[in-house]
Each structure stands twice: as C-alpha cells, then as structure tokens.
Design a protein around this ligand. Structure first.
Ligand code: NIG
Ligand code: FE
Length: 411
C-alpha cells in the first residue's frame, strides 16, 4: 500500500542516510523542502521531493496537506515511563519549601517509587505504563527509550524490564530498554553500598542478559547515589553482557561521571545541568551524545543544561523528556523543544535537530528514525496549518500537531 502526501507546505528534516547526528554549527541548519511531497510504502519512506516532481509516482491513496508541515516524530531517548502510582505529595512538599534532595533524604524520591512498584503486580504496572505510552504517542513521540530503576530488587527490576518488553511487543514504535538497577541505594543497603553493587553485578545482570531484557545500562552517578568507582564497576560488568552505557551524570554535581562515561564509550551522557569546562572538553573527540532534559530543570527549578556552551564547543546535543514520577511527570516533547528554545537559548533549528536526529542517535536508532530519509520508518507528525516551523516552540502552550503517523499508520 503506497500513500502520497501532497502539497506539504514544508517538509522538515530531510536528510541523506549517511547523516547519523549533527554537531556544533550544523545543529543550526534544518534541511527542508517547501511545497513538497512524501511517498510512503507500508511502514517505510520511499521517496520525497518537490511537489512538481510528484507526478511520476503511482500510489494507492493520496492525502492533501495544504498549509500543513511534516516533520519526523520525536525521538525521546531518556524516559522512565514504567512506574507505579505517582509522587504528587512530593510536588506539594516542594511547593512548601523542601528540596528534591531533602525529600529523598526523608525516604521519599526514588525509594518511594520503588516501594510502590514492588507492591504493584506486573499486569497493573503494564496497564499504568501503556496509558502513558499512548499519551506520548499522541503528542508526537515516535521512538523512545525506557529505563528500569524503580524496582531495586532482583524480582522488581525483572518485573519492570518484562513490562518494557511487553510494551515493545504490543506497540508499533521502536522502544529500547535500559537497565538502571543503580538508580538509588535501597534502605537495606545503606550501610553496605558495595553489597548492592554486588547484587546488581552478580544477580541482576546475569538474569537480565539471560532473558535479553535490555540493550543499555545506566547508573545514577551522583553524590549520595553511586560513585564514579561504582559506576566504573557496573559499566564494566554490563559490557561483558553486551550492554552499552547511557548514564545519568552531572545532575547536581560534577564528580567525574562524564569522564568515566567516555572511558566506557557511552552512547550518551544525560542531564548535564552542572558542567565544568573540563566536562565539556572531555566530550570533544568522543562519540558520546550529550543529552539535556529541560522539563526536569523546569519541574525541579534546577539549572538548565548549558546548551550554548555545549554547541559552541562544536559538540552535538540531544533533547529528551526524562518522563518519570519524581523529577519530570511529563513526556511532552513539544514542551521539551519549546523549553529548550525559551530557557536554554537554542534556536528552533537546533532544538528540532536535538529532538529528532540526535535523539535517534542517543538510542542507536539513527538508521531507522529521526529524519525524513528514504528507507527510514514512516514515523512522522503532520502539523496543523502553521506559518513557519518556528511556531512549534513559539506556540509553547498549545499543540501544533494535527496527526501522528507511526509505521505509516495514523494513531
Ligand atoms: O532522571 N536523576 C535520577 N533519576 C530521575 C528521577 C528519579 C525520580 O525522582 O524518581 C531523573 O531525574
Ligand atoms: Fe532520568
């Protein structure tokens, strides 16, 4: 079945297949075709170009897009959408003056979510998570990564990862799974942190590898969570099972997480709210993608990742949502893109590149999604009639989305 989308006001992010990511000044360039067509066969992009060249193609169905634009669906490379319940009480506690750190120290935070998740059945956890997945697909997300890390016991981490596996099987978009056993230290291990690292390495990892439940491995490398040394051990152990690192670093403190990530050839380093010049320099000459999570900064009122310093250093940057119950209870990538422009001074071109092609790179999906490219998945957004693509971030509180297509099918 072939579908021809015609009279597209502007077809955004058209790229040759060899482009896997964009860095530095190239992030400011967003290749587009005005008055364009797009041809889809089943779930794949098979052609695109100027409207005047569209007559040579046969098709089964035609969709007129007059006044509307088409861009690749968002690639959200960092989420924690599998969780149980919510943490609305902590939101209120923060309004009343407590910090994220103070709440965590009182036994709230990640441990609060872990308790809820341990008490929730796999079926119920699946239902709650699937609802969030459906919501973000409607908001234009066409590929995503999901982390474990609210289990913190062997059984509960496996439960989370099995839910991710079921979501992969039941939904059409590409989903990558990340094992984040090292998200927080369970209470029972407060006096024996190395015991928990051993549990991750000796009990969790072999079982996860056995059931092929994850592609990536993550560690929350931060003061009060996991040290650089722990991170080094866990990433080394993960490597033996073929798990590629994507790690939480520099959210509150710069403690050497970026450097250890690069030593392990991490696919991405995520958060980066607190960056030193050394951290930026370390990223040069690496293939590691820096990932910013502006909705987390917004929700917690913490600093934003210094996007300008990163891009001015000729580095790439990706944007992701961090959708989770504690620091970012939102998976709206339109808001992420707008907030990156408004608060991080990224241009619309940079922000759209960061949330599409660079996001795809940050989950090893750059050959499948992230741009309008022949052979890639037909995962894209059709906008409402808008004057220019700058309206996507400019119109920040409303949605410019008309329709979302995943694998060529309207969702
Ligand atoms: O990416 N920083 C670590 N993990 C999550 C938040 C976890 C939580 O508060 O539940 C994050 O922000
Ligand atoms: Fe996160």
């Amino acid at each position: 079945m072939t579908t021809l989308y015609t009279n597209i006001k502007e077809l955004i992010q058209v790229r040759e297949a060899n482009i896997k990511k964009v860095s530095g000044p190239a992030m400011g360039i967003l290749p587009t075709i005005k008055n364009a067509f797009l041809l889809i066969k089943d779930d794949t992009i098979i052609s695109y170009g100027k409207m005047s060249d569209s007559h040579i193609f046969n098709f089964d169905k035609k969709i007129d897009c007059s006044g509307k634009m088409i861009l690749p669906a968002w690639c959200d490379s960092h989420t924690h959408i599998v969780y149980a319940g919510n943490r609305e009480q902590e939101f209120i506690d923060r309004i009343n003056g407590l910090s994220y750190e103070e709440i965590a120290n009182k036994g709230g935070g990640i441990l609060n979510s872990a308790k809820k998740l341990q008490e929730t059945s796999e079926e119920e956890l699946y239902e709650q998570s699937a609802k969030r997945l459906e919501e973000i697909m409607m908001l234009g997300t066409g590929a995503l990564e999901i982390k474990s890390g609210y289990g913190l016991t062997v059984a509960a981490e496996l439960k989370m990862l099995r839910v991710i596996k079921q979501l992969k099987q039941n939904y059409p978009l590409p989903i990558k799974a990340t094992f984040l056993g090292a998200h927080a230290l369970p209470k029972e291990y407060k006096k024996n942190p190395s015991g928990y690292v051993d549990l991750i390495i000796n009990e969790m990892l072999p079982k996860i590898a056995d059931e092929k439940l994850a592609e990536f491995i993550d560690v929350f490398c931060e003061k009060g969570y996991f040290s650089v040394n722990d991170t080094n051990h866990i990433l080394s152990a993960g490597k033996k099972y073929g798990l590629h690192p994507k790690i939480h670093v520099n959210q509150f403190n710069s403690i050497g997480g970026v450097q250890i990530a690069i030593k392990h050839q991490a696919l991405s380093v995520d958060h980066l709210e607190v960056m030193t010049q050394d951290d930026i320099d370390a990223l040069k000459n690496s293939n590691t993608m820096p990932v910013a999570l502006p909705s987390c900064s917004y929700f917690l009122s913490i600093p934003y990742t210094p996007a300008r310093a990163i891009i001015n250093a000729k580095l790439p940057l990706a944007l992701a949502s961090d959708f989770n119950p504690g620091s970012t209870p939102s998976g709206n990538m339109n808001f992420v893109v707008a907030t990156a422009c408004i608060k991080m001074k990224m241009t619309p071109e940079e922000a759209i590149n960061a949330a599409t092609i660079n996001g795809a790179y940050a989950m090893n999906l750059a050959d499948k999604v992230g741009s309008i490219t022949i052979g890639k998945k037909a995962n894209f957004i059709v906008t409402k009639p808008i004057p220019s693509y700058g309206f996507i971030p400019y119109n920040f509180g409303s949605t410019v989305i008309d329709t979302v297509y995943i694998n060529g099918k309207k969702i």
